[in-house]
Design a protein around this ligand. Structure first.
Ligand SMILES: Cc1cc2nc3c(=O)[nH]c(=O)nc-3n(C[C@H](O)[C@H](O)[C@H](O)COP(=O)(O)OP(=O)(O)OC[C@H]3O[C@@H](n4cnc5c(N)ncnc54)[C@H](O)[C@@H]3O)c2cc1C
Length: 372
């Protein structure tokens, strides 16, 4: 093998796809932990940077915003529909917000933000016309280029397309092989599988994998529970994604008649995957408060996932000085469905020693950070 990838969430699947597209012999190892974030993610896609972002994040997000639609189109054309749709997105505030509009509007006019499309201010009643579950008095901002992504479908599309290009899949839990002060591959069961480069894209579990090397990644799981609702008799396909600024809460519609919520955040839960009744009750309370029209909907399913979060809020991407042979690609927290496909592409470029055109030094996984 030329490259081993550990983890087949959206990041590992994208890494494998981009490697296989170049004809690189690639092995992907997956152990199917309960709580894979990609299967649980809602799918709100807002890739564009904000002025508070660091220069490294700014460049990374802008490049991701351009890459995502291309990749999705490529998969679609290749016969692997990834569940991506540009539906527009709404940012809703009960009082309306001139500054939110002015910020989005000015960003949309900047170079590199072309995929954001037009930005409109919506007065009372107009927001509800686009997303009928809202309060009558809700106001907000509409961003034309906002999109939704079905994480499970996108992952499946990437894996299928990679398998068609020769990807080898291995089920089982990978442990890094630490030999002669470098990572030489992975052990799965009794098998030793070696490659010059191993990419750790194991989401919130990535820190555990590194233990044989002695490197401690500044990474921790943030449990999230999300809920799906069915709305009999409604056609939700064209509804935009919604961000509720007052609640830090998102909702997303899926065809033909589903709405999903963005979920809770429980960093204190560690890897405990059973969510509590209190957590579900808080989730439903916020959903009803923000979308009173949900009252007659049916709760169709709930899901739990572990977001890979970092102490300083920035992703972990690149090699480790003290552990040659390994690359880390994780730490995207709540934005992994949005930025993960591009993170996978960059990880593939790094694995091949190709230039990425980005300054990745600030994202190095062994940068000094402090636990909060
Ligand atoms: C409730 C919720 C809502 C979200 N909503 C959004 C959203 O609206 N928009 C957005 O952009 N993002 C969202 N996210 C975030 C997004 O889902 C994650 O950031 C992203 O899916 C992380 O992908 P990943 O590939 O890094 O990790 P994961 O998807 O968790 O994949 C990691 C994989 O590695 C495997 N693995 C781990 N250890 C090993 C091992 N030793 N050997 C083999 N395999 C291993 C695991 O089984 C797992 O399959 C949400 C997340 C949650 C939980």
């Amino acid at each position: 093998m030329d490259v081993i990838v550990v983890g087949s969430g959206i990041v590992g699947a994208s890494t494998a796809y981009h490697l296989c597209k170049k004809g690189i012999a690639t092995l992907l190892v997956e152990t199917n932990h309960t709580g894979q974030a990609t299967q649980a993610g809602t799918g709100v896609i807002h890739p564009w940077p904000f002025p508070r972002d660091t220069p490294a994040d700014w460049d990374f997000k802008l490049a991701a915003a351009t890459h995502l639609p291309h990749l999705m189109n490529e998969l679609d054309q290749d016969g692997h529909p990834p569940g991506y749709e540009i539906t527009g997105s709404l940012s809703v505030q009960t009082q309306g917000s001139r500054s939110a509009f002015e910020l989005m509007d000015s960003l949309s006019r900047r170079e590199g933000f072309e995929t954001m499309g037009h930005v409109h201010r919506l007065g009372p009643g107009q927001a509800r016309e686009l997303f009928p579950l809202l309060n009558e008095h809700d106001q907000g901002v509409h961003i034309e280029g906002g999109a939704r992504l079905d994480g499970a479908l996108a992952r499946h599309a990437l894996l299928e397309a990679a398998q068609e290009r020769g990807l080898h899949l291995r089920a089982g839990q990978a442990h890094l092989l630490w030999e002669n002060q470098r990572v030489s591959g992975v052990q799965v069961g009794d098998e030793h599988l070696r490659a010059p480069v191993t990419v750790v894209a194991a989401g919130a579990w990535s820190a555990q994998l590194l233990s044989p090397t002695g490197v401690q990644l500044p990474l921790f799981p943030v449990r999230g529970q999300m809920a799906h609702f069915t709305l009999p008799g409604q056609q939700t396909r064209t509804w935009p994604g919604v961000r509720f600024g007052d609640h830090d809460f998102h909702a997303l519609a899926f065809a033909p008649n589903h709405v999903a919520t963005s979920g809770t955040r429980r960093p204190e839960a560690g890897f405990t995957h059973q969510a509590t009744v209190t957590e579900l009750s808080q989730l439903l309370d916020t959903a009803l408060q923000t979308m009173p029209g949900l009252g007659q909907a049916c709760l169709s399913r709930t899901r739990v996932g572990f977001r890979p979060a970092t102490h300083d809020g920035h992703q972990l991407l690149g090699p480790l000085q003290d552990a040659p042979g390994v690359l880390i690609a994780t730490g995207l927290d709540s934005q992994g469905l949005t930025l993960g496909p591009f993170q996978g592409k960059v990880a593939a470029q790094l694995a091949l020693g190709e230039p990425t055109g980005l300054d990745l030094a600030p994202l190095r996984p062994d940068r000094p950070t402090q636990a909060p």
